[in-house]
Ligand binder design. Sequence first.
Ligand SMILES: *Cc1c(COP(=O)(O)O)cnc(C)c1O
Length: 432
Amino acid sequence: MFVSNNLDINEKGNLTIGGIDTTELAAEYGTPLYVMDEAVIRESCQRFKNSIDKYYGGQGRVCYASKAFSCMEMCRVIADEGLGLEVVSAGEMYTAMKAGFPMEKIGFQGNNKTDEELELALEFGVGNIVVDNISELDRLEKLAAEKGKRPHIMFRIKPGIDAHTHAFIKTGQIDSKFGFALETGEAFDAVKRALSCKNVELAGLHCHIGSQIFDITPLEEAAEVMLGFIAKIKNELGYEVKGLNLGGGFGIKYVNSDDPKPFEMYMERVSAVVKSKCSELGLSQPFIYLEPGRSIAASAGITLYTVGARKVIPNIRTYISVDGGMADNPRYILYQSEYDAVVANKASEERSEKVTIAGKCCESGDLIGENMPLQHAEAGDILAVCATGAYNYSMSSNYNRLCKPAVVFVKDGKSRIAVKRETLDDIIRNDI
Ligand SMILES: *Cc1c(COP(=O)(O)O)cnc(C)c1O
């Protein structure tokens, strides 16, 4: 009935998440409101971990890509599930550190890390720094020498695989700002350099070909290409790289027409490829890392809004305006992403019309979606947009000086604040 199976309808006809009435959440905490179902987050973590155990003898680690949704409470849940964490900035690293996340299980990504960020990573003792380019390697080596450290590094590689996804979220092809190219010899030269560096240890290679990927084949191909490169390094430089990070990017269901493969199927097929390639190439099986972001957070979340204006433009369209929009969910304006929406207090009624859901920001493109089947919505109704747990809060802004919504976690029929709603004083906090 709904795109996420933690959503249901109670006896009052209201939408529930994790068994809690969403209209009660809206009344208690106000709107717009992000709601995260902790049970869904934990189940996803366990599914990933169990699949590595089942198909790859437990020789791997799942590292949640915290850019999908990061706050201290999320870091605590992820730590409690025993996963590692990927961060892409000092801010995400600091959030994890303050939440007590074990730093040795953190990977630090990014195509343009600053010296300050690299220093922080060395100071905090993050487990792996994923080096993106040669100038970063130069800077890291120098900073590590100054601090008397020898960090573990991985190299971000562009395996030259097309992930069949939106151009903005494709990252594996040669024309990408991320990583070293294989075709040009750039990646091989970088490995040579790293092996001669005293102050870094080459612990692995990394690739991540894109996001919201439904097709397993490009992910298998990427694994093959990476193992081919590990074999080349072994044969020509006599060094066998021990770690292989295969990235994230597993697709999720936003609307009913989305058909993501179960993660277990990915793990089964990719493990088989890794094992057979290793025996073909005479390699020992690497320790693998996976970095799911969206597939852990997205389906756990919904956003609740209060409906305001209803604007019927005859023969053109009906706009339903809500008290949030691109400031809390910029994915439509970025990628024309599709969502499923429900009037939470009329969830058992028929979705009798097709509407455009608009935000309150001063941009015509500020929409949650177009042509969305919805119950008849009027001012004062509560609208729930589904599967907003990833890349919504984390991409939110204060555009139009809107206050960022609160984030509430629900679990076992109870709710708690994880991130407080911003106030008007937060908006001017840093103004002089
Ligand atoms: C964004 C990103 C991820 C996570 O991608 P999802 O699509 O959210 O799973 C993993 N690894 C890297 C390097 C990324 O940039």
